[in-house]
Design a binder for this molecule. Structure first.
Ligand code: NAG
Ligand code: NAG
Length: 473
């Protein structure tokens, strides 16, 4: 029932009580009935906790007019000792049973902000909590902990937004203030074919598959959360065995903001476009143990952004990237960016304004993995303006000078330029005091720029090279 309806009903009741006093109409009910009815309507405006501070001593009917469904009212065990699957599932079903007028997206009913409140308890569940197949939106689960039982199915997630329908089924679902313990049996949260989902302030641990799986749909906003297979702050003796994926995104238009992935084989895996990661701290599994911080696995059409992130002993890998922005991020402990060739394509990639720090063993900040095949389609790749300490700088733009007394000058950029034997644009100046020798750009091969003069002179050669562009017209 909408609040407006309640107000009208209350008004009608008051008119009845004050307008008609104790007179009794046939079929309307006694004065006492009216008072009771009014009291219950008024009560529905108040938070139930105010009315019954000690809930354990008050039996609340399940059909309470409050739209906040309390786990403990359904008999769920907040101590986590007995199985609460049925109780919690029933609470979810009831939440979906009272939609209000007004649709969300076509075919998705509006549940009017109804909530499942976990009452700060920890509940053991033996099956996933699933939202009903009929779909719905404007619903929240919050305020407690869930833990998988020892027989929880290992191919499922504790909470699943997943209907059998292929079309969008859930909209504006909020999962908030939850601690999820997958008990090394499957995953934490699956968001499938859902739109405008919020996951906020969740702590997800002990998963074997995914901490969070986002598949299809649009606009899952995951923020301020902590995700790790093992509970650790790093330097963990089990690190080489970390498995699973912290955040597995198979879809478009999602945002991951201010999230830590503290253990998993892959921190964030993305297959899809138009996703953005910002403020993500990955220390899930070090590169030296085979871990990946962020894996962009959308070869040929990537369109994802990594901004303001912190890659901590674990790096970024991208397959045949096309349109990727990595900026304002911090790479610590030899963490680097690997660009992997599947079909030799790398296009529209900007790696700029990042900070890299390592242990002076000579690890380059950006590396090409051409083990499948060499890059052949290289366009608009800009690696520049990164600052580096204890690692080897790699760049697509470079400047250098050399002095010589003779007829040839060579500046060798092969150690700094990212792509071997590729200079798309070069500018040089030969500074020869008061002399005017004839000179020419003689050679670019192997990323070494050679200039030759017709007569021996003492001169300095200044060169700027660029691998990113074919030159502007
Ligand atoms: C350059 O070489 C010539 C001939 O070898 C020599 O006379 C001249 O002093 C040299 N100039 C400088 C600046 O070293
Ligand atoms: C350019 O340099 C490469 C490598 O040193 C060499 O093999 C080649 O002959 C040079 N080309 C010219 C025109 O000097």
């Amino acid at each position: 029932m909408a609040r407006g309806d309640l107000l009208i009903k209350l008004f009608v009741s008051l008119c009845f009580i004050f307008g008609h006093g104790e007179s009794s109409y046939a079929g309307v009910g006694s004065y006492d009935d009216q008072i009771l009815q009014m009291a219950s309507i008024k009560a529905s405006f108040l938070k139930r906790d105010v009315i019954s501070p000690s809930r354990s001593h008050t039996i609340q009917p399940i059909s309470s007019s409050s739209r906040e469904h309390h786990a403990t009212d359904y008999g769920a065990d907040p101590t986590g000792r007995s199985d609460s699957t049925e109780a919690l599932q029933q609470a979810i079903f009831d939440a979906f049973a009272s939609p209000i007028d007004g649709h969300l997206m076509q075919g998705i009913t509006n549940l009017g902000g109804v909530e499942l409140h976990l009452d700060g308890g920890t509940y053991m569940i033996s099956r996933p909590l699933r939202l009903p197949d009929i779909g719905g939106g404007n619903f929240m689960i919050h305020g407690g902990s869930l833990r998988a039982s020892s027989d929880f199915p290992t191919d499922r997630h504790l909470i699943e937004l997943s209907s059998s329908s292929k079309s969008l089924s859930y909209e504006y679902i909020t999962l908030k203030d939850l601690m999820l313990d997958s008990n090394f049996r499957g995953g934490g949260i699956a968001v499938i074919n859902s739109i405008r989902t919020t996951i906020d302030n969740c702590y997800i641990s002990h998963f074997t598959t995914n901490g969070i799986l986002i598949q299809g749909g649009h606009e899952t906003y995951l923020r301020s959360s902590f995700i790790g297979q093992h509970i650790t702050v790093g330097s963990d003796p089990r690190e080489k065995d970390f498995s699973g994926i912290g955040i597995n995104i198979v879809g478009n238009d999602n945002a991951v903001t201010d999230v830590v992935v503290f253990s998993a084989a892959i921190g964030v895996l993305i297959e899809g476009q138009a996703n953005v990661l910002t403020g993500v701290h990955c220390y899930n599994k070090a590169t030296s143990f085979g871990g990946v911080g962020i894996y962009l696995k959308s070869p040929g059409f990537t369109q994802n952004r990594i901004l303001n992130c912190y890659l901590d002993f674990t790096g970024v890998v991208m397959d045949d990237p096309v349109q990727v922005q990595i900026s304002n991020s911090f790479f610590l402990g030899n963490a680097y960016i690997s660009i992997k060739s599947l079909k030799g394509i790398v296009e529209g990639v900007s790696i700029v304004h990042n900070m890299f720090s390592g242990d002076y063993t000579g690890v380059p900040i950006v590396q090409l993995d051409q083990s499948n095949e060499p890059f052949t389609l290289i366009d608009q790749v800009i690696v520049d303006h990164n600052n580096v300490r204890g690692m080897r700088l790699r760049s697509t733009v470079a400047r250098g000078s050399t002095w010589g007394n003779g007829t040839t000058w060579t500046v060798d950029f092969s150690k700094v330029l990212l792509f071997p034997n590729l200079i798309k644009n070069v500018q040089y100046a030969l500074q020869a005091g008061k002399l005017f020798p004839k000179h020419v750009l003689r050679n670019l091969s192997g990323n070494a720029v050679t200039v030759e003069s017709d007569v021996p002179v003492s001169a300095t050669l200044h060169v700027v090279v660029d691998q990113s562009m074919d030159g502007y017209i």
